[in-house]
Design a protein around this ligand. Structure first.
Ligand code: SAH
Length: 355
């Protein structure tokens, strides 16, 4: 391996920090040997903190209505072909009930930006979930809302919020989103969530159109500085009813490489091996864990709505029952020497409200 690359990896592994230029060359000069060295370091460091444990989150896709028009996303409002649905409070509670029985101790409520879910409705829902399952964490992934809304949901009991920043380069952001959406607002939301007290997750797609080693280096610098508790990355996958229908998908190779880099940037960070990674590669989630990820998120949504929450083409796990998804993932993790654990699974250095 080139001596420079090896030096960069050693530096990242010991200091958890690189300059913008160093991240850019770590990406553009990468080799299979560098990937191997990075993943070995990432797994070694993760093992010191989390052993062989993989945390599991039950993902409930509550709505496919969305007021936004992100160019990459299959549920963008311009996709008149998309079948829309929304789950009621009772339906969501039923998913949690089933999930609790299957051993989930974190529920992730994700959806498009759907005005049906007012603060009042969501606060009522969160309070009900926390009353019924006080040992569980509630994670929200409902897009951009105002400070006051984030605050109310937090006060009602929400613990964590996932809001991928999508790209840390504002110009790149402009190429992935319509003019009415603002990179500054998305970043402001992340800072608001942090100030309020949420455990915060950011992230980006790998191989999104117009992404370069430079935009990725900005993502990595941002993540190093922002220090989120969670970071979700997965390959971009085109959806046939979007302007990006003819773009190519991100790769397993680059996604896994970046998963290893993220682990070294912030060792205790909660990093999922995503469904998108499992979609472009039948062993994608296993490879993600072996590159340094430590979370999996099986689907807990009712089977009848799963195909309708179609952010990208060929999404996996849309036909299975929740119990099947849960046990399939446990087996997959076992097959590579890991163990799915039943716990809230907070980041090890961040224990708000645990015990
Ligand atoms: N509306 C919420 C939830 C978005 S869905 C929000 O704004 O945060 C969760 C993530 O899926 C998005 O943040 C995006 O990074 C990812 N995603 C959307 N379309 C995708 C595609 N075509 N390929 C891969 N990932 C996609």
């Amino acid at each position: 391996m080139a001596a420079d690359l090896e030096k960069l990896i050693r530096k990242l592994s010991s200091t958890h920090s690189l300059s913008f230029e160093e991240y850019a060359s770590l990406i553009s000069d990468r080799t299979p040997e560098a990937a191997e060295m990075l993943s070995a370091e990432a797994v070694r460091i993760r093992r010191q903190i989390y052993g062989n444990d993989v945390y599991v989150r039950g993902l409930i896709e509550i709505s496919s209505y969305c007021k936004n028009d992100c160019l990459y996303c299959g549920i963008r409002r311009s996709n008149t072909d998309a079948e829309r649905y929304r789950l009621t409070v009772d339906e969501i509670l039923e998913c949690c009930n089933e999930g609790y029985g299957l051993g989930f101790r974190t529920f992730v409520l994700q959806g498009g930006e759907d005005r049906y879910y007012t603060d009042e409705l969501l606060c009522n829902l969160i309070r009900k979930i926390k009353a019924a399952y006080p040992d569980c964490a509630v994670t929200l992934s409902l897009g951009e809302r105002g400070y006051d809304s984030f605050r109310r949901l937090y006060d009602a009991g929400a613990d964590r919020y996932l809001l991928r920043h999508e790209t840390a380069d504002s110009e790149h952001y402009g190429k992935l989103h319509p003019p009415e959406m603002s990179w500054e607002n998305r970043m402001q939301c992340l800072h608001d969530l942090r100030d309020i007290g949420y455990q915060v997750g950011c992230g980006f797609m790998v191989g999104s159109p117009y992404q370069t080693a430079h935009t990725l280096a900005k993502d990595l610098r941002f993540i190093e500085e922002f220090k989120p508790e969670m970071c979700g990355i997965g390959p971009f996958i085109p959806h046939h009813e979007t302007p990006f229908r003819s773009e190519s998908s991100g790769t397993t190779e680059l996604t896994c490489y970046l998963l290893s880099v993220l682990r070294l940037i912030n060792p205790p960070m909660l990093i999922p091996a995503t469904t998108a990674l499992g979609t472009i590669d039948p062993l994608g989630r296993e490879k993600g864990i072996q590159a340094g990820a430590n979370v999996v998120m099986p689907n807990l949504s009712p089977v009848r709505v799963r195909k309708k929450y179609e952010l990208y083409d060929n999404k996996i796990c849309t036909g299975e029952e929740s119990a099947q998804c849960r046990s399939c993932l446990s087996q997959r993790m076992q097959s590579i020497g890991y163990r799915v654990t039943v716990s809230r699974g907070d980041a090890k250095n961040f224990r708000k409200g645990e015990q």
